[in-house]
Design a protein around this ligand. Sequence first.
Ligand SMILES: Cc1cc2nc3c(=O)[nH]c(=O)nc-3n(C[C@H](O)[C@H](O)[C@H](O)COP(=O)(O)O)c2cc1C
Length: 143
Amino acid sequence: MEKVSIVYWSQTGNTEAMAKMIAKGVEEAGAKAELIQVSDANADELLKLPGFAIGCPAMGAEELEDAEVEPFVASIEGKVSGKSLLLFGSYDWGDGEWMRIWQDRMTAKGASLVTGEGVIANNSPDAEAEAKLKAAGAELAKL
Ligand SMILES: Cc1cc2nc3c(=O)[nH]c(=O)nc-3n(C[C@H](O)[C@H](O)[C@H](O)COP(=O)(O)O)c2cc1C
């Protein structure tokens, strides 16, 4: 893809930092990256693409953020069959359960995950997470 869309929601900046690392990987692979807050995301436009990234931290009790992300994901989940999704997000005290639930939900609807599984970071993304996010961004750029 010439342009990779990276949709995200972030309250304290950790998932946003992850989105920027994906964008760096996309750009290093020679494509353009577009960072989109989930409240500005256009589901119809995104679903015309072969794939895109969506980021959300663990919120609630191992849930997606419920005011913006959950309705957005619910609105696209019936249409993600055949799409390549890069799921990512930050968490704190849990063990990544929210991401396991989210990725199972998307793959059950026929989506494939760009790196085989969602990319998670404990709080602020460290160097290991950065490497994974950049590699995942480069993979998205190749679609
Ligand atoms: C209301 C609320 C609920 C949260 N629930 C969880 C949770 O269930 N599991 C977890 O590991 N972290 C949980 N967290 C921690 C956030 O996922 C963590 O602070 C994350 O880094 C926030 O990402 P952000 O900076 O992109 O907003 C919660 C935080 C808040 C404010």
